[in-house]
Design a protein around this ligand. Structure first.
Ligand SMILES: NC(=O)c1ccc[n+]([C@@H]2O[C@H](COP(=O)([O-])OP(=O)(O)OC[C@H]3O[C@@H](n4cnc5c(N)ncnc54)[C@H](O)[C@@H]3O)[C@@H](O)[C@H]2O)c1
Ligand SMILES: [Zn+2]
Length: 700
């Protein structure tokens, strides 16, 4: 998401984000019942940070970037004011962000290049933080984090957690607050939810919420029935700190009887070493008995930690490197339809932003109409999306069950041009039939129109078309023939000289009387390729007669969205088409769709007001293959397949694609395969390319 919005919009969005984040903080931290996934929550926080970085003067008094957790005002438990604030952690989602963090610390500490940095790395366990205050070796107070300043008193509750010692060995500092995580193992969580389900009680979204809900109980006897665990990862207020490094203190905590992370290690080096450790912990993740959502790095030297200190709500010397969620839940807020350059309508899901694999995702492709139907997807549904590697995110599951809301109505008209949009029989893609008038398709259609096999206008390339199109000079094919009125305008453009402009205009003028088959092909009507265009013109001769014949069919046999009444097989006008060799239903239907669109008719008439194709006749010359059917197969050395076919036509022969009993002659080049075999079966004469060239040369 780029920050390309105005200040006013940013201020508004920041306000909305502050409200939304505060709401989700309350649901998550105070009520243990989140409504959105962590990935969605993280995406909101990221967006907030992004906007605050772009508009620093708009940072709000109540900015989420300054707040930790949630105030415990409504809690039935007693309040505890923390002597030393309980913090959050900054997040990183990629090696680049880890590298940035390391570089920031180096700059801050002014470390010489190459001086290795010692860090600690341990898994970031998904529980809730808890501060345990020991005075003279005795546990006197246990508190949750709350908003970082004031937490809830859970002293009675933690008495039921066997991992938490009530007394410490002698010789510990007079005052020492151990900080760590209360958590529930995955198995215990599943069992608890099963029991809750049986008893008709509240179900927990995840082990973290279950742990929080179990600890923060007014009645400590409820906590006693929940299998909670604890491990230590830090400390708060302390009359003395037993060590000079993070790892020394953690070793001490273990000595005193606190469980610590079994994956805790020291890492010395730079980004590579850190990322390798991250990968190793990621690998161990599925086999751990508890949920983790990342790896926490801390600078090992405590004197350096002290120098670095804190930003708004997190230490500068620690970082939570989160595992990318390759799947995430979110909501489909809208479904938009994009029209591609070929007229294909592609549905795109607009999502409530969510972090997937470390990237904020706001769109997913929904592929086509069938995919939406398969998912039963409607606007407002909760979905699971997936992003693997660089592929476009996809919806893998719709979490919202069917209800009374109607199915998503896939459009039957193009959102760009309003033309009818149809899927052909047996095809999943719905396409805009607007072709030449559809803005989404226009430039590509124009490129096709002037391409070598179509009108073949030299000097009118992709770039020029795009430029003229952007200037509004070129919207439909007929406009090409009006460019001569813009000679001075074109000359005024950069990169154009008298000569290049005149060459272009001359190339255009040379096509005022184009070959009718090329003109028909140039229109880019579906299924009307080069050969079909020629076959049609051979029979109709005058290009206008094609429209007349189609109009007759359309007037007499209704065409409506999805319903095209077929003329009876023996209808004369219909037969005029389908009795042509190589012309089938698909071609006729496509022509009917094309001329059914008033836009297309307008383009067609406009074009024919600019150009006048002469009557189409295949100029045949006397030859020994006149009236015969020829098949070309294998590789031709001196000419293209198209050229060979054109030669055959000129010699009065018909070029066919496959060998049958009706074939008279096979011209075989190197690599000819099954067609050659068939020719032998039917006893058909076979010649090589040189033999063919000879026939062409002999012809009159
Ligand atoms: N789904 C929601 O609606 C929702 C709402 C709010 C927060 N959240 C989740 O909570 C996160 C924000 O909560 P947060 O402010 O507590 O930040 P955090 O959970 O990302 O990181 C800070 C916490 O990590 C814990 N932690 C775990 N292992 C640790 C270790 N080895 N060393 C140090 N600390 C360790 C500590 O308790 C610390 O307080 C979000 O990123 C999101 O995942 C979700
Ligand atoms: Zn369109």
């Amino acid at each position: 998401m780029a920050v390309d919005i105005t200040e006013a919009e940013a201020a508004n969005e920041l306000m909305r984000l502050a409200r939304a984040i505060a709401k989700h903080d309350r649901l998550y931290h105070a009520e243990d019942s989140p409504e959105i996934s962590d990935a969605e929550y993280d995406a909101l926080v990221r967006r907030n940070a992004e906007l605050e970085a772009a508009f620093p003067h708009l940072v709000r008094e109540d900015s989420p970037s300054r707040k930790v957790g949630h105030a415990i005002a409504a809690s039935p438990l007693g309040k505890v004011t923390h002597e030393v604030r309980m913090m959050s952690l900054d997040n990183a989602f990629s090696p680049e962000e880890v590298a940035d963090w390391l570089a920031r610390m180096r700059r801050f500490l002014n470390l010489p290049e190459g001086e290795p940095l010692a860090l600690t790395a341990e898994d970031k366990i998904d529980g809730l933080s808890c501060s345990l205050r020991y005075e003279n070796g005795k546990l006197v107070r246990a508190a949750t984090r709350g908003d970082g300043q004031v937490g809830e008193d859970v002293t009675a509750n933690v008495a039921h957690i066997p991992d938490i010692p009530q007394t410490l060995p002698s010789g510990v500092p007079e005052v020492f607050e151990v900080r760590g995580e209360v958590y529930m193992e995955k198995q215990a969580f599943t069992a608890l939810n099963a029991a809750q389900h049986q008893a008709g009680g509240k179900l927990f979204a995840n082990p973290r919420n279950a742990a929080a809900g179990s600890l923060r109980q007014k009645d400590a006897n409820v906590t006693a029935k929940r299998p909670l665990r604890f491990w230590a990862h830090g400390w708060g207020a302390a009359s003395a700190v037993p060590g000079k490094t993070q790892s020394e203190v953690v070793a001490k905590l273990r000595e005193w009887g606190f469980p610590v992370s079994p994956l805790f290690t020291r890492v010395v080096g730079g980004t590579d070493e850190v990322v390798a450790r991250f990968a190793a912990i990621g690998k161990a993740r599925p086999d751990l008995p508890y949920d983790i959502d990342g790896v926490v790095y801390k600078l090992d030297r405590l004197d350096w930690q002290e120098r670095l200190g804190f930003v708004a709500k997190a230490p500068r010397w620690a970082l939570a490197h989160k595992f990318p969620a390759e799947r995430a839940e979110t909501t489909v807020e809208a479904i938009d339809i994009q029209v591609g350059r070929t007229g294909k309508l592609t549905p795109v899901g607009r999502l409530a932003p969510v972090l997937v694999g470390g990237v904020t995702v706001t769109n997913v492709t929904l592929h086509n109409r069938d995919e939406i139907a398969r998912l039963g997807l409607r606007v407002g549904d909760r979905v699971v999306i997936q992003r693997a590697g660089d592929v476009i995110p996809q919806v893998v599951e719709n979490l919202t069950r069917e209800d009374d809301r109607p199915a998503y109505p896939f459009p039957d008209h193009c959102p760009e041009c309003g033309s009818e949009a149809v899927a052909e029989e047996g095809e999943v893609d719905v396409r805009c039939t607007g072709g030449l008038i559809c803005p989404a398709q226009r430039t590509q259609r124009l490129e096709h129109f002037v391409s070598r096999k179509a009108l073949d206008i030299e000097g009118l390339g992709e770039k020029t078309i795009a430029q003229f199109f952007a200037l509004g000079w070129l919207e439909s094919p007929a406009d090409i023939f009006r460019l001569r009125q813009r000679r001075s305008d074109i000359l005024a453009l950069e990169g154009w000289q008298e000569k290049s402009v005149d060459n272009l205009l001359a190339a255009i003028e040379a096509k005022r009387a184009p070959d009718a088959a090329r003109l028909l092909f140039a229109l880019g009507i579906r299924h009307v390729g080069e050969v079909t265009a020629r076959d049609l013109m051979k029979n109709f001769h005058d290009i206008r007669r094609i429209r007349e014949a189609i109009d007759f069919l359309n007037e007499n046999f209704r065409v409506e969205a999805g319903a095209r009444l077929k003329p009876p097989k023996d209808d004369d006008r219909y037969l005029a088409f389908v009795s042509i060799d190589g012309i089938g239903d698909a071609v006729v239907e496509s022509l009917r769709d094309f001329f059914h669109e008033p836009h297309n008719v307008a383009v067609w008439e406009d074009l024919l007001s600019q150009v006048t194709p002469p009557r189409y006749e295949v100029q045949t010359v006397a030859s020994r293959v006149a009236g015969k059917t020829v098949v070309f197969t294998g590789k031709l050395e001196t000419m293209s397949r198209d050229e060979a076919k054109a030669q055959a036509e000129r010699l009065g022969a018909k070029a066919a694609g496959s060998v049958s009993a009706k074939t008279d002659l096979v011209v075989a080049g190197p690599g000819a395969g099954s067609k050659l075999k068939k020719a032998a079966e039917f006893g058909i004469e076979v010649i090589d390319e040189a033999g063919w060239t000879q026939i062409v040369a002999e012809a009159g």
